[in-house]
Design a protein around this ligand. Structure first.
Ligand SMILES: [Zn+2]
Length: 267
C-alpha cells in the first residue's frame, strides 16, 4: 500500500522514521511487522502518530510511557473513541495527546478496552473521567476490573494494585456493533489471551483497520488464558482480512498479507 501520509499540516517536530515504532513487549523485535510509513507529529499540546486520516496512536512507548500498551484514537464524523488507556501513570500526557488530535471531551463516545490487563486499563478511570465517556469491555473480563483483581489484570506484574473500576458497557455477544459518527466499530470476541479479549475493527480511508492489542499473547494461568481458544481466535483474526493491524506492543502492521502473516506467526 502506498505510504500513509500526514494530513495535519505543519508541526514543529517530526520524529525520524527509524524511531517511530517503539516496542514495549517482552519480545522486542520487529521480526513480524512491516510497518507503514506513518507520520509521527507533535504540536505544543501533544504527540501523535497518524495511521489513517481518522486514526492515530496517542499512547504507549514513545508517547506516554514504556510500560503502557499502545493507545489508539478513532474519530469519524466528529465522534471519537479511544482504544485502551495505558497504565495510568501518564494520564495527563495521554489526554493532551488526544486533545492535540483535535478531539474534545464532548466528542468521545467510548473508551474501548480490548481486555482487562493493567497496561491497557490502569489509566481507564482517569481517561473516562477526563473525557466523560463510558468504559466498554467484554463481560468475561469485566469482573477483574470491578473487583480490582491485581492478578487477573496483571497489575502485580507492574508492582501495582488494580483499582476497582465499574465498566459502563459490558459486551456479551460474539460480535457487537458500536456506532461511531458515520461508521460502526465492530467488537469481536476473540478469547484466549484472556477470557474476555476482544478486537475492534473499523473501516477508514477505504481500509479495514483492526485493533488487536495482544495478538502475541502471552498465555498465563494468572490471566485465565486458554491455549486452544487462543489458537482458534488467531485463525479467526487472520480471516478478518484487515489491511492494517494496530497492535498493543508490536506497533502497526500494514498490508493485508503482512497482517495475516503476523497474526499466523503466533499459531
Ligand atoms: Zn494482555
Amino acid at each position: 500500500m502506498a505510504a500513509l501520509s500526514a494530513a495535519h499540516g505543519t508541526r514543529d517536530r517530526v520524529t525520524p522514521r527509524a524511531s517511530r515504532f517503539r516496542i514495549a513487549g517482552p519480545n522486542e523485535t520487529d521480526r513480524h511487522g512491516t510497518f507503514p510509513d506513518c507520520q509521527r507529529n507533535a504540536n505544543e499540546e501533544g504527540e501523535w502518530l497518524e495511521i489513517t486520516s481518522e486514526i492515530w496512536q496517542v499512547g504507549g512507548a514513545g508517547f506516554t510511557s514504556p510500560e503502557d500498551a499502545a493507545v489508539y484514537l478513532i474519530r469519524c464524523a466528529g465522534r471519537a473513541a479511544v482504544v485502551d488507556a495505558g497504565c495510568g501513570g501518564h494520564s495527563d500526557r495521554l489526554a493532551a495527546n488526544i486533545r492535540s488530535c483535535g478531539v474534545t471531551p464532548g466528542q468521545v463516545e467510548y473508551l474501548l478496552l480490548t481486555h482487562c490487563h493493567f497496561d491497557h486499563t490502569g489509566g481507564a478511570q482517569a481517561l473516562a473521567a477526563e473525557f466523560g465517556c463510558p468504559v466498554v469491555i467484554h463481560e468475561q473480563d469485566a469482573a477483574a476490573l470491578i473487583n480490582g483483581d491485581s492478578q487477573r489484570t496483571a497489575a502485580h506484574w507492574y508492582g501495582r494494585s488494580m483499582q476497582p473500576l465499574q465498566p459502563d458497557v459490558m459486551i456479551s455477544d460474539r460480535t457487537h456493533p458500536l456506532p461511531l459518527g458515520d461508521r460502526v466499530v465492530t467488537a469481536i470476541h476473540l478469547p484466549g489471551h484472556t477470557p474476555g479479549s476482544v478486537v475492534f475493527q473499523v473501516p477508514s480511508d477505504g481500509l479495514q483497520v483492526l485493533f488487536g492489542q495482544d495478538v502475541h499473547g502471552p498465555l498465563h494461568a494468572d490471566f485465565g488464558s486458554d491455549a486452544l481458544a487462543y489458537r482458534r481466535s488467531l485463525t479467526q483474526m487472520a480471516d478478518l482480512k484487515a489491511d492494517i493491524l494496530c497492535e498493543g506492543h508490536y506497533g502497526i502492521i500494514e498490508g493485508a498479507e503482512q497482517v495475516r502473516t503476523f497474526i499466523r506467526s503466533f499459531l
